[in-house]
Write a protein that binds this ligand. Structure first.
Ligand code: UD1
Ligand code: PEP
Length: 441
């Protein structure tokens, strides 16, 4: 296992370019299964989760060619449906969250699919009901084998339907959309998720010949077509990486320019960091964050303590709340962080408290941060990364802290952040990759 050794307290400086979006990539890559024609995809991040999905597509029979560092072509002409029965599929399919999204396209094109209960972060219950209830509404039958933790889905004839989702699930909406594009008749999905990931997916499907309207809203209408063709698609920059870099700059008093961010697609993200008092400027399509000694958290208009909470798009993404939390520890003022979606994502605050941060974990969903206005620095410690975003938050804390920190289990971070140590070293960070297991206690 690998770990990062970080010597903190060093100001960073320079430019950094965000990778392509991880969560978009997982949807877009699954969509290549919808056509036997060639699909060319660029700005694919070179990260563990995405590479695992590409490998899985290859195992299923998709012809995968790497054109350059971030561009691949995919041709799903000869799909091997027997692969579902193999032990390899059981092992690899369960290795990441995104693998669940191969079900919709396989169902649409071949009338059957199977998937082991998918992996991803252990951040609380992560139900898949939305996906399977949606498939059922389209006429599919599914069986969940709880002993093997395996879902089998069959549908000889998918039929368009009205589907009111009980929650705006991101991967659930993507899965149902991909099943519905080749169903007979019209499907309406209300309370659909509409994150940029999904907007990108729907735009790509339309370029392939699908008929989806309402893109960007929570009401999607999909007129089924009989066949889809090839296309080209470029992934947006990863908005979670962009937010992470804004937070990192503020915590480490660094002057950083984040290049080519597709600013108009960032929704409320820049505004939420501004509410923490962080100065950031839009310069063309870049974000410039000046070096700031102090930043002060806003209050609500009536003077009461600010709450930052997650909600489905266009609300604030839950994937940036851990970053906001860590950045608030060094701000002036107080904030209540309310993680509404996931119930085990805030436990990592223990490590920040060990580093000297003033945080009260009110319950599994809420933490109050008492920002210390940099009166003292956090101190470096050894810690283990519990999930991808907590991992990066701890990395940011370590970069700002006095002394040395070691972060174990960095495979979690590398699930979603490409060459992060190399890219941070280019900004002047002292971060070293070492081979070390987390101490067992
Ligand atoms: C691979 C991928 O794309 N992963 C993302 C995707 O996961 P994923 O698609 O798995 O997450 P969902 O959108 O299904 O839901 C996430 C959690 O939020 C809850 N929930 C969801 C919608 C809602 O209106 N109310 C509500 O409480 C769900 O019960 C669940 O516990 O979306 C999450 C929510 O943005 C992100 O954290 C993940 O990074
Ligand atoms: C929770 C996340 O990912 P996943 O859904 O793949 O676990 C994330 O990207 O923050």
């Amino acid at each position: 296992m690998n770990a990062f050794e970080i010597t903190g307290g060093i100001k960073l400086k320079g430019e950094i370019t965000p990778q392509g979006a991880k969560n978009e990539a997982l949807q877009i890559l699954s969509a290549v299964l919808l056509t036997e024609e060639k699909v060319t995809i660029s700005n694919i991040p070179d990260i563990k989760d995405v590479n695992k999905l590409i490998e899985l597509l290859g195992d299923l029979g998709v012809k995968v060619e790497r054109i350059n560092k971030d561009t691949y072509t995919f041709e799903a002409k000869n799909i091997d449906l027997n692969f579902f029965e193999s032990d390899t599929f059981k092992a690899k399919g369960g290795g990441l969250r995104g693998s669940i999204m191969i079900v919709g396209p396989l169902l649409a094109r071949f009338g059957k699919a199977a998937i082991p209960k998918p992996g991803g972060d252990k951040i609380g219950r992560r139900r898949l009901d939305t996906h399977f209830i949606g498939f059922e509404k389209l006429g599919a039958k599914f069986v969940y084998d709880s002993k093997k933790a395996f879902f089998n889905v069959d549908a000889t004839n998918l039929q368009g339907a009205y589907i009111l989702l009980d929650e705006a699930s991101v991967t659930g909406t993507a899965n149902i959309v991909m099943a519905a594009v080749l169903a007979k008749g019209t499907t309406t999905i209300y309370n659909a998720a509409c994150e940029p990931y999904l907007q990108q997916l729907c735009k790509m499907l339309n370029r392939m010949g699908a008929k989806i309207s309402g893109i960007g809203s929570n009401l999607l209408t999909i007129e089924g077509v009989t066949v889809l063709g090839g296309t080209e698609h470029r992934m947006l920059p990863d908005m979670i990486e962009i937010g992470s870099f804004i937070g990192m700059a503020a915590m480490t008093e660094s002057e950083i320019t984040i290049k080519n961010v597709c600013y108009d697609e960032l929704g409320v993200i820049p505004e939420v960091f501004r509410k923490l008092g962080i100065k950031l400027e839009r310069r063309g399509d870049d974000i410039y964050v000046p070096s700031q000694k102090h930043y002060e958290i806003d209050t609500f208009i009536d003077g009461s303590i600010l709450t930052i909470a997650d909600s489905p798009w266009p609300g604030f993404t839950p994937d940036l709340l851990s970053i906001v939390l860590v950045v608030a520890t060094q701000a002036k003022g107080n904030v209540l962080i309310h993680q509404k979606m996931f119930e085990s994502r805030l436990f990592f605050v223990d490590k920040l408290i060990d580093m000297g941060a003033q945080i009260i974990l009110c319950d599994p969903h809420r933490a109050t941060v008492n920002g210390i206005d940099k009166k003292y620095k956090l101190r470096g410690i050894s810690m283990t990364s519990p999930d991808i975003r907590a991992g990066v938050s701890l990395l940011i804390a370590a970069l700002s802290a006095e002394g040395k920190s070691t972060i174990y289990n960095i495979e979690q971070i590398e699930r979603g952040y490409q060459d992060i140590d190399t890219r941070l070293r280019a900004l002047g960070a002292q971060i070293k990759r070492v081979n070390a297991d987390a101490p067992s206690h």
